[in-house]
Design a protein around this ligand. Structure first.
Ligand code: GLN
Length: 470
């Protein structure tokens, strides 16, 4: 048995057949973190003692025939998720000493489902970034090429799953931060419909955009974890009371007749790398061969999406970060990093008297237009397929001095958050040993359909089986 190529599904099987215990499984991952994370920097905190204790509890539950969907599965959480008794930093020096007295709702649900929280992962501070380089701690490296970024802001979560240091990891996606690192690290990553997964206890970036997702090696794993974390939560008023279907049951049904829209504005983007475009077109062909109808669509307000995002999101960021003023908790505000300061200044400016109408209010109107683009498109197609990133994982340092170039990494992703609809990143190719991802985007609450299409594609391809040599 190759433990580091296990998925959640195969690990559950291994435990069921008693080929190893949860303690052995968890000990394997803890040892692996100790052995290889020095060169990757995926983890900020590892909870060896707590994880082994939870593993023993999982073993005794299994011995007593208790069944839980994720019983004994080692999962890591982005350091934006509050974890009871376990340090939570948001990747930021301001709160590098914060030990929360409670669990985020999602963490509670994962534990309830039997998962073992093995540690907390590195990230761009407060979720601001696309590469992991804005972490106030060390930069996380891409396990496929240690000179390149793993994508951000959930950088450590992606690197940890890709390098086989845990079986799944949580992330947050305000503008791209689950899907981009998933794309750069060859993972399946879900950005939920806004409100489908509770934000309670997840340190806020931009509250009307933040969504709580996760990354796994396969579509089936992603569907399983998503099923356990989704649904109404009394602690988050934006979670609607809509039933959570069995996402696992939506897999393997085939996609004949599914209408897949390709936004014409996306593939004609000037800065798009030719090899990424070629991989996307190949994936499109595969979906066609599987029986989908490929239909060209238009999302006409795409060109305004980044401007809209970078007015609305910093406005919300400036408000959310104002609580870290050094008076109540954490360190003094001079400890904010450059990117957090940039966003506080931008947001405060956009919200100030005299500029509010010209910037914030106008951007809020553009948000409505972008959402309408998606509503109109979903009148004609079931799913939209798009590239995830316009480029391959870039070199560490390549874009860190140029915030605008960095912001453009998210050009195909931010519109999805502006519209509040769900999307999945699915591995769809390799160029020079580096992964390429595609997005499947659907109308609100269409996650079951997205998992279905993704599983059909995954079954017809091999990309998800290529693991880095770490
Ligand atoms: N890269 C985007 C930003 O910096 C998205 C971040 C996110 O989704 N948390 O705002």
């Amino acid at each position: 048995m190759e433990i580091n190529s296990l998925t959640i599904q195969s690990a559950l099987d291994v435990l069921k057949k008693k080929e190893c215990s949860a303690r052995e499984l968890v000990a394997f991952y803890l040892d692996r973190i100790e052995k290889i994370d020095g060169k990757i920097n995926a983890f900020l905190t590892v909870d060896r003692e707590g994880a082994l204790q939870q593993a023993d509890e999982a073993d005794s539950m299994r011995a007593n025939d208790v069944t839980k969907p994720l019983l004994g599965m080692p999962i890591a959480c982005k350091d934006l998720f509050t974890t009871k008794g376990l340090r939570t930093t948001a990747g930021a020096k301001i709160i590098d000493n914060y030990v929360p007295p409670f669990d985020a709702s999602v963490v509670g649900r994962l534990k309830e489902a039997g998962a073992i929280i093995i540690g907390k992962t590195n990230e761009d501070a407060w979720g601001h970034g696309s590469s992991g380089e804005n972490s106030d701690f060390d930069v996380t490296k891409n396990p496929y090429d240690l000179t390149r970024v793993p994508g951000g802001s959930s950088s450590g979560s992606a690197a940890a799953v890709a390098a086989g240091m845990c079986l799944a990891a949580t992330g947050t996606d305000t503008g791209s931060s689950v899907r981009l690192p998933a794309a750069f690290c060859n993972l399946v990553g879900i950005k939920p419909t806004y409100g489908r997964v509770s934000r309670y206890g997840v340190i806020a970036m931009a509250s009307s955009f933040d969504t709580i997702g996760h990354m796994t090696k396969t579509v089936a794993d992603c569907a399983l974890v998503y099923e356990t974390t989704s649904g109404k939560d009394l602690f988050d008023g934006t979670t609607p009371d809509i039933d959570v279907p069995s996402y696992a049951k939506s897999l393997g049904k085939g996609i004949a007749g599914t209408r897949v829209g390709i936004p014409k504005e996306y593939l004609s983007l000037p800065g798009m790398a030719a090899e990424v475009k070629a991989a996307t077109q190949q994936a499109m062909k595969t979906l066609g061969l599987l029986g989908a109808d490929i239909i060209e669509i238009s999302l006409p307000h795409t060109e305004y999406a980044m401007a809209c995002y970078y007015i609305l999101v910093p406005s919300e960021v400036s408000s959310n970060l104002s609580r870290y003023d050094g008076i109540r908790y954490g360190h003094e505000r001079s400890a904010f990093g450059a990117e957090a300061k940039r966003r506080i200044v931008l947001g405060t400016f956009a919200l100030s008297a005299g500029y509010y109408d010209a910037y914030y209010k106008k951007a809020a109107k553009v948000r409505t237009l972008i959402k309408k683009d998606f509503d109109d498109a979903f009148g004609a197609v079931d799913v939209i397929m798009a590239p995830s990133s316009p480029a391959l994982p870039f070199r560490i340092g390549e874009k860190s001095e140029d915030p605008l170039a960095m912001y453009l990494s998210d050009i195909f992703m931010c519109p999805v958050n502006i519209a509040g609809v769900p999307a999945l990143n699915v591995p769809c190719g390799f160029v020079d040993g580096l992964p390429v991802g595609m997005q499947l985007i659907g109308p609100q609450f269409s996650e079951a359909r997205l998992f279905g299409v993704a599983s059909a594609y995954e079954a017809a391809t091999q990309w998800h089986t290529k693991w880095p040599k770490t």
